[in-house]
Design a protein around this ligand. Structure first.
Ligand code: FE
Length: 176
C-alpha cells in the first residue's frame, strides 16, 4: 500500500516537473524579434481624448488592454486582400497576406508589418507565455502573440478585431 502511494506521488511529481520544463522551454523559445520594448509613443493623447476618438469597446481594448469576446469580430470572416490598420491611429499593422484561420475566434496573423508593433512579455499563464502586442505609433493594445503559429514564422498574432480597421486593396489594375 505504502509503495503504491509513493509510486503515485512520484508519477505525479514527474508529470508536474515535465509540465514546468515544457513551460520554461516554450517561454525561452521566443525569437529575438519579440524583445521587450516600451517607452514613449509618437502619438500620445489623454484618456479623455482617446474616449472621444474611440468607441467604448475600442477604448477598453486599445487603452485598457481588455480582450473582445471570441468570435465577436466581423474580421474573423474577412478574406479579401487588404491592410489591417490600428483602430487608434490608422497605422498599417497587418496584411491579409499573413492572415490565417487559427480556429480561436480572433483574427490571426503569422507576421506583423515591418516596424508596426511593439511587444511586451506578460508572463506565463497556464504554462503558456503571453506577449502583449501594441501599436508602435500610439501604444494601443492590439492583442497577443504566441509561438504556436504556422510557417514560416511559427508565430500567431492573436488580435482583437475591434482594435483593427480593414482597408480592402484596390483592384490591381483599376482600368478593368
Ligand atoms: Fe496605433
Amino acid at each position: 500500500m505504502l509503495v503504491s502511494v509513493s509510486t503515485t506521488r512520484r508519477v505525479f511529481l514527474l508529470a508536474a516537473t515535465g509540465l514546468v520544463l515544457l513551460g520554461l522551454r516554450r517561454g525561452g523559445s521566443f525569437r529575438p524579434a519579440l524583445a521587450t520594448e516600451g517607452g514613449n509613443f509618437e502619438i500620445a493623447k489623454t484618456e479623455a481624448e482617446w474616449r472621444r476618438l474611440l468607441t467604448p469597446q475600442q477604448f477598453e481594448v486599445l487603452r485598457e488592454e481588455d480582450t473582445e469576446r471570441a468570435w465577436s469580430s466581423p474580421l474573423n470572416k474577412e478574406h479579401r486582400p487588404g491592410v489591417y490598420r490600428c483602430a487608434g491611429c490608422g497605422l498599417p499593422t497587418f496584411s491579409s497576406e499573413t492572415k490565417f484561420e487559427s480556429g480561436t475566434g480572433w483574427p490571426s496573423f503569422w507576421a506583423a508589418l515591418d516596424d508596426s508593433i511593439r511587444t511586451k512579455p506578460e508572463g506565463i499563464e497556464y504554462f503558456y507565455p503571453r506577449t502583449e502586442v501594441h501599436c508602435r505609433r500610439c501604444g494601443g493594445h492590439l492583442g497577443h502573440v504566441f509561438n504556436d503559429g504556422p510557417p514560416p514564422t511559427h508565430l500567431r498574432y492573436c488580435m482583437n478585431g475591434v482594435a483593427l480597421t480593414f482597408e480592402p486593396a484596390r483592384a490591381a489594375s483599376s482600368g478593368n
